[in-house]
Design a protein. Structure first.
Length: 234
C-alpha cells in the first residue's frame, strides 16, 4: 500500500477501531521524544516502530482524537499527552470527552452505560466495526481512569494487560505463542496454548495432543502453519 493511499484512508475520520496495542505503542513513544515539527505520516509511524500494517488506522485515530490536524501536524493535545501519571490521565480524559462529545452529550454518566447501549451508539458509524470501536473507546476510558459496567463485557475476554499508560501493551510480545496461566489449564493436564493475532485470539490444544481425531489434528496443523506464515510477514 502506498503512502498516498494510506493517508487517503486515514482522512476518513471515524471513531477509531485500530488495535489497542498500536495506540499503546504510540502513547509510549511520544513520551520519549520531543513534539515533532514535521507532519506525522505513515513513514513517521514506521520510523517510530509502531505496529506495521496499522498505519492508516492509527493516523485516522489520531485525527479523530485531535492529536494531529488535517495536514498531519501535532496539535496542543498531542503535547499534553507527552506526560505521565495523573497529568497524562487528566489530559487523556479531556481528549476523550472532546473527541466523543456526541456520546457524552447523550450519556451523562458513563458508569451507568450498558454494553448494549455502547454497541448501539457506535452502530451508526459501522455495523461491522462497532465492537472494535467499543473496545478502543473502553480501553481509552480505562486508561484515563474512566470506568463503566459496560467495559466488563469485553474486558474479561482480553488477555491481562500491563498498566502504566500503555494501552494494549504486554511484557510478552503480542505476536508470540504463549501458554495460558497455570490455573486456566484444563484439569486433565492437556497442553493448551493461545494464538494471538492482534484482535483475534484462538486457544486450542497442540496438534500432537489431540489423539486419534484426525480431522481436528489436520485443522490445528493447518492453523499453526498459517499462523507461522503470518508471523514471518508472508
Amino acid at each position: 500500500m502506498t503512502e498516498v493511499k494510506m493517508e487517503k484512508e486515514a482522512m476518513e475520520v471515524k471513531p477509531p477501531y485500530v488495535s489497542s496495542s498500536a495506540i499503546g505503542e504510540f502513547f509510549a513513544k511520544i513520551k520519549k521524544i520531543n513534539s515533532p515539527k514535521d507532519r506525522i505520516t505513515a513513514s513517521t509511524l514506521k520510523e517510530w516502530g509502531i505496529s506495521q500494517g496499522q498505519e492508516p488506522a492509527l493516523l485516522s485515530a489520531l485525527r479523530f482524537l485531535g492529536l494531529i490536524d488535517s495536514k498531519g501536524y501535532a496539535t496542543e493535545d498531542f503535547k499534553k499527552l507527552q506526560t505521565v501519571g495523573e497529568t497524562f490521565k487528566k489530559s487523556l480524559e479531556e481528549v476523550i470527552k472532546k473527541s466523543y462529545s456526541d456520546f457524552f452529550a447523550l450519556y451523562k454518566d458513563l458508569s451507568k452505560v450498558t454494553y448494549n447501549e455502547l454497541t448501539s451508539f457506535f452502530t451508526k458509524y459501522s455495523v461491522a466495526s462497532r465492537q472494535k470501536m467499543v473496545k478502543v473507546f473502553g480501553d481509552l476510558c480505562i486508561e484515563a481512569g474512566l470506568d463503566s459496567e459496560a467495559f466488563k463485557a469485553f474486558r474479561k475476554s482480553q488477555p491481562r494487560q500491563e498498566s502504566s499508560n500503555q494501552i494494549g501493551t504486554n511484557k510478552s510480545s503480542p505476536d508470540r505463542l504463549r501458554k495460558p496461566p497455570r490455573d486456566e489449564r484444563p484439569p486433565t493436564g492437556a497442553k493448551f496454548f493461545e494464538y494471538n493475532l492482534g484482535d483475534i485470539y484462538f486457544r486450542g490444544p497442540r496438534p500432537e495432543d489431540v489423539g486419534d481425531s484426525k480431522e481436528i489434528q489436520r485443522f490445528l496443523k493447518s492453523f499453526n502453519a498459517v499462523y507461522e506464515e503470518l508471523l514471518k510477514g508472508k
